[in-house]
Ligand binder design. Structure first.
Ligand SMILES: C[S@@+](CC[C@H](N)C(=O)[O-])C[C@H]1O[C@@H](n2cnc3c(N)ncnc32)[C@H](O)[C@@H]1O
Length: 245
């Protein structure tokens, strides 16, 4: 591990790399009208909190896809410790290449990761890899109201300019050919517990790091946490539970 890599310094060893919880993951799984079977892919699995929760519940193999090898190594170690190594297959690859590697996917899961290739692009790219009536459960940051505090608008204008309103994301999913079975917004505490409450002290400690890139990343993270604290519920992480039409 490179000690000066801002990603490793800030996120190293963390069980979750974005807002979320096992309770919410399993709640989404329960909203599928039938149990998934066959090929299940977790796109942008990170260190695999949700991968392990899904594998533990389904007792089926999960194809865990991420572009960052150290996160996959962490997942493999956790799977081993949990006695689930036989259920987790890791693939270090670009999630945009999923249709080239996997066919007839029955469940494509992706928490807090699709934005990396663009939410609409991800939905369009993964569609042909799903089998007919197969499911995609994808979470994405979204505006939840028409109005938002000016500080939040300003932050995301540079932080995530593509961020859309929840209704626009619903329309995009339908335009990509999916039937929307449900949506669910993650509760605020899933941003804090095991995520911001770990990141905040780490980021504060890194503000004096000798490398500028590390200091900048730490400062951005602290600003993100501050903005969340005064967001007044104007944005959130939304799950879209989708079925291939
Ligand atoms: C915010 S993290 C979310 C990880 C995990 N799903 C969670 O909720 O804890 C986003 C993940 O997407 C991965 N990622 C980013 N771009 C990717 C790409 N093009 N293909 C595959 N994985 C990617 C990152 O390495 C990271 O693990």
């Amino acid at each position: 591990m490179n000690d000066a890599n801002p990603i490793d310094l800030l996120f190293g060893g963390m069980e979750k790399l974005g807002p979320g919880s096992n309770a919410d993951t399993l709640k989404m799984l329960d909203r599928l009208p039938r149990p998934p079977e066959g090929t299940i892919v977790d796109a942008g699995c990170g260190t695999g909190r949700q991968t392990l929760a899904l594998a533990n519940r389904l007792r089926l193999p999960i194809q865990a896809v991420d572009a960052y090898a150290p996160f996959l190594a962490d997942l493999a170690r956790r799977a081993n410790e949990a006695g689930m190594a036989h259920l987790i297959q890791t693939h270090c690859m670009d999630m945009a290449d999923i249709p080239h590697r996997f066919r007839e996917i029955d469940l494509l899961w992706s928490e807090g990761a699709a934005y990396n290739i663009g939410f609409p692009h991800a939905l369009e790219t993964w569609y042909p890899a799903l089998k007919p009536q197969g499911f995609a459960v994808v979470s994405e940051l979204a505006w939840l109201r028409a109005e938002a505090p000016a500080t939040a608008r300003r932050f995301f204008r540079t932080g995530y300019p593509q961020m859309r309103h929840i209704d626009e994301n619903r329309s995009l999913a339908e335009a990509a050919g999916y039937h929307i079975l449900d949506t669910h917004t993650l509760p605020d505490e899933t941003w804090v517990e095991g995520y911001y409450d770990i990141l905040e002290p780490r980021a504060k400690a890194l503000l004096t790091h000798p490398e500028e890139a590390v200091r900048d990343f730490a400062a951005e993270t602290l600003e993100e946490i501050r903005i969340f604290g005064c967001s007044e519920g104007s944005y959130g992480y939304v799950f879209y539970v989708l079925r291939k039409a």
